[in-house]
Design a binder for this molecule. Structure first.
Ligand code: ZN
Length: 179
């Protein structure tokens, strides 16, 4: 589901070239990709493999944050006009709904299984949903004529992703292997 969200956001990014959406999209792609090593490690029932997969996840999120940072700064320095604002707002809404649904599934399962890692994942997805709302905000502010809002919101999204990176790092180092 998150993969489908990321693909739809990619299509809208190509049409709009919104850097706020790009930051959200890179991060959602990273999240979708990291489900693969985590799932594999879980199926192998190997705590050490799961821990290594966890470090890979943190690395992927960190790289996504750095790419988003670089793109936002570049866009601040050389502004670009953004088009197709309704599609941009829609892409943000889809990201919000997709992540919020994922958050609810994980938080419910995490509480049932008493899994710190799953609850951390759920909180992460909920944060991602709020990040997607930032894309909707970007479409709104650009619509009233403030093009600079898009890279600024891209920077804010980058900061949120860096915070997620830090929280994921703590989860992996601490309680990640206990299911
Ligand atoms: Zn995320």
């Amino acid at each position: 589901m998150l993969g489908a969200t990321a693909v739809l956001q990619l299509v809208v990014y190509i049409a709009t070239s919104s850097v706020a959406l790009l930051a959200d999209l890179i991060h959602n792609f990273g999240d979708a990709l990291t489900a693969v090593p985590l799932g594999a490690a879980f199926l192998l029932r190997s705590p050490s493999a799961e821990r290594r997969a966890g470090y890979l996840v943190v690395l992927a999120i960190l790289v996504s944050a750095l790419v988003a940072l670089w793109q936002s700064v570049e866009r601040l320095l050389s502004p670009e006009h953004i088009d197709h604002l309704p599609a941009l707002a829609l892409a943000g809404c889809v990201g919000f709904v997709g992540n919020e649904l994922a958050a609810q599934v994980r938080l419910r399962a995490g509480k049932r299984l008493d899994s710190t890692a799953l609850i951390a994942d759920g909180n992460h997805a909920r944060t991602d949903g709020l990040v997607s709302l930032g894309v909707v905000a970007s479409a709104g502010v650009v619509a009233v004529g403030l093009d600079v809002a898009d890279p600024l919101i891209g920077l804010v999204i980058t900061l949120v992703i860096l915070r997620i990176t830090w929280q994921s790092w703590r989860t992996v180092r601490g309680d990640h292997v206990h299911h």
